[in-house]
Design a protein around this ligand. Structure first.
Ligand code: SPV
Ligand code: MN
Length: 632
């Protein structure tokens, strides 16, 4: 290392922290730290070397600074984000691109040179008077070829605390990988805080991702999706890196589905935010590897997946004792949990929308002091918690943790599932004909009605290929081509399924209960091993009534009625045709590099739907197809 950098670090960092940094022995890290410490100008720097004492220091700092407060149950804390900082800020989040690079209309980009200038201006002195936390993490299991080390500077002890819950410690991994390691970098500052310890300068909220230097910047924000740099921000770096190296980064859960005779089949599942991903990952009777982000590699003819994280930054709205037994139990046990943007009562209990029991009449939430009926300045009623309120918890707090979470080789993927918030088109569960059909008609055709996970209006149907659109750092067409190429040549690629938890009947009510999804996964597990038959429809393969009836009885002890099956699994031809029109239009007008095969596969699906429509009408009950040879 140059003398110069060492001298400059010495001026800023105390002996103890500096020794920890020097132990890593990586000049580019020292350069990075020295550059941003000088620019952001904190008055203190803490380097975390992943010892229990260091972790404790971070936890205690979060309490000392007031970013977190203790709740009644030991280990539980509450944190608030600003009332207007409650979701991912899509508008101010951008991939930095040099002039002439076009990622397409659906990916937010910023001109690199200008954006770097802007963000460095915002970062100047932003940590003045504060402490900076330098932490090392490992994205993916320790000592795994899947994994990428990552270093972060943040002035938020709550962000650092969240990350030691959510990510594997990386200090030793950095030392092991030595001076030439490839790694990601994150710079975060929550900026100036108000008296409630929430961000003051939201007009300067910026989240920029620089692919060239593998560095992400996040300023003047606290909401985890914007501030936890290792999550959706590093995810964009990983998508870009993987596209060059031949692996995938997906917005996917990973879970073990427990089949007959002790067999465990691993599934991945992609769902847009607030569409049941965490609750699927936590299904009763199954085991969880991860609930949000997976790296997928091809190895010896198989697809393997790891969870990038080791914890859950999950949505808490609607979590109740009946539907979410594992989450419920963990929430009521002592242990490390950060609740954010829920209601806290004067007795330091927490409450949220959809929790069992009465809503307490008053307390404090993301809007400050709160009472039932309180309105915001736009006259909108403020509910007890924000719909996107979250909790941060390590996976090892859960009884249903899968033993393979930290397996450096990952788990073999038997099935991949795509699902969105779709009130009128897809049936509850369906298998695609093959990999290409699945990637195009399920993954690349995914749409979902918008939710509170991002800022803006809710309930609008949006195109969201692979549930990953918000996080793409490469053009959509290229991303789809990479997915198509990924497993097409495998002898036995994972089966691809779609699910729809949000299908509604004519009366506008949901056709399924939340727990029904337990049956869909058991059915898919049997299909992966070709142990039961399915009915061929123009859009994929659906379950037979007798198989579901048996599974409903076994799994839920429920008598599954034939009329429910018919309503849920009727193929809605007109809705499917309308969807194909929408998707083709998007791929023609909004995506500039759509692979030709996308149109071919969607057109073939349209022809099949029209053929069936001629023969059977607009709505086809499954029994009509039960013995029907495939048309088209
Ligand atoms: C999501 O919104 O998909 C999340 C939370 O998992 S966030 O970190 O905001 O992305
Ligand atoms: Mn997510």
């Amino acid at each position: 290392m140059t003398e110069d950098i060492a001298e400059r670090l010495k001026e800023r960092i105390d002996r103890n922290s500096l020794d920890k940094l020097m132990e890593v022995n990586n000049t580019s890290i020292c350069k990075f730290i020295s550059q941003y410490i000088e620019l952001c100008n904190p008055n203190k720097v803490f380097v975390c070397a992943d010892t229990p004492q260091d972790f404790n220091y971070i936890r205690e700092s979060a309490l000392r600074s007031g970013e977190e407060r203790k709740l009644e149950i030991p280990g539980h804390t509450i944190h608030f984000d600003n009332y207007y900082d409650q979701g991912r800020d899509k508008k101010n989040t951008g991939i930095l691109v040099p002039p002439g690079v076009n990622l397409g209309k659906s990916i937010e980009t910023k001109e690199r040179a200008k954006a770097l200038e802007e963000i460095h201006e915002i970062l100047k002195d932003i940590m003045k008077g504060k402490e900076a936390f330098i932490c090392f993490f490992c994205l993916g299991p320790i000592e795994s070829e899947f994994s990428i080390p990552c270093i972060q500077i943040s002035d938020s002890s709550c962000v650092a605390h969240s990350e030691i819950i959510l990510y594997r410690p990386g200090y030793k991994e950095f030392i092991k990988r030595g001076p030439n390691a490839r790694f990601f970098k994150v710079v975060h500052s929550q900026g100036e805080l108000d008296e409630r310890k929430t961000c003051k300068n939201l007009d300067k909220r910026r989240i920029y991702i620089d692919l060239e230097e593998n560095i992400v910047y996040s300023t003047n924000t606290q909401y985890g999706g914007n501030s936890i740099g290792l999550k959706k921000l590093a995810m964009r770096l990983a998508i870009h890196l993987g596209s060059k190296e031949g692996w995938l980064t997906e917005h996917m859960l990973v879970m073990g589905i427990h089949g007959p005779k002790g067999r465990v089949t691993y599934f991945t599942g992609a769902f847009p935010s607030l569409c049941g991903k965490t609750s699927t990952a936590m299904l009763e009777g199954e085991t969880v590897v991860g609930d949000d982000i997976a790296y997928l590699h091809k190895k010896s003819g198989e697809v393997r997946a790891v969870n990038v994280e080791k914890g859950v930054f999950g949505i808490i709205q609607g979590v109740n004792s009946k539907d979410d037994p594992f989450l419920w139990k963990a929430f009521h046990s002592p242990g490390e949990i950060i609740f954010s943007n829920v209601l806290v009562t004067p007795e330091r209990h927490v409450h949220w929308i959809g929790k069992d029991g009465e809503v307490p009449p008053k307390g404090e939430n993301h809007s400050g002091e709160w009472w039932i009926g309180k309105e915001d300045k736009d006259g909108k009623e403020i509910l007890c918690s924000h719909p996107n309120a979250r909790l941060t918890i390590a996976l090892d707090m859960f009884e249903n943790l899968d033993p393979r979470l930290n397996d450096p080789a990952g788990v073999v993927v038997g099935g991949m599932v795509y699902g969105g918030r779709d009130s009128d088109t897809w049936v509850p569960v369906e298998e695609s004909f093959d990999w290409t059909h699945g990637i195009i008609t399920k993954g690349a055709s995914l749409e979902s009605e918008t939710t509170a996970a991002t800022l803006g209006k809710e309930g609008i149907r949006e195109f969201n290929p692979m549930s990953n659109l918000d996080f793409l750092s490469i053009p959509v067409g290229k991303y789809i081509q990479i997915n198509l190429d990924f497993a097409r040549d495998l002898k036995k690629p994972p089966k691809i399924f779609s699910v729809n938890y949000f299908l509604k009947g004519k009366d506008g009510k949901f056709l399924n209960e939340k727990t029904d999804k337990r049956v869909w996964y058991k059915w898919m597990e049997l299909r992966v091993h070709n142990e039961i038959e399915a009915i061929e429809t123009p859009v994929g393969r659906i379950p037979r009534y007798e198989d579901l009836k048996k599974l409903f009885k076994e799994v839920l002890n429920k008598n599954y009625k034939k009329e429910d099956y018919i309503e849920q699994f009727t193929i809605r031809i007109s809705e499917n045709l309308a969807k194909i029109d929408r998707i083709i239009d998007i791929y023609k007008t909004k995506v500039h590099d759509t692979p030709q095969i996308v149109f071919e596969v969607l057109e073939a699906e349209r022809r099949r739907l029209l053929d069936y429509q001629k023969k059977y009408g607009h709505y086809i009950e499954p029994d009509a197809l039960a013995h029907h040879p495939r048309i088209g």
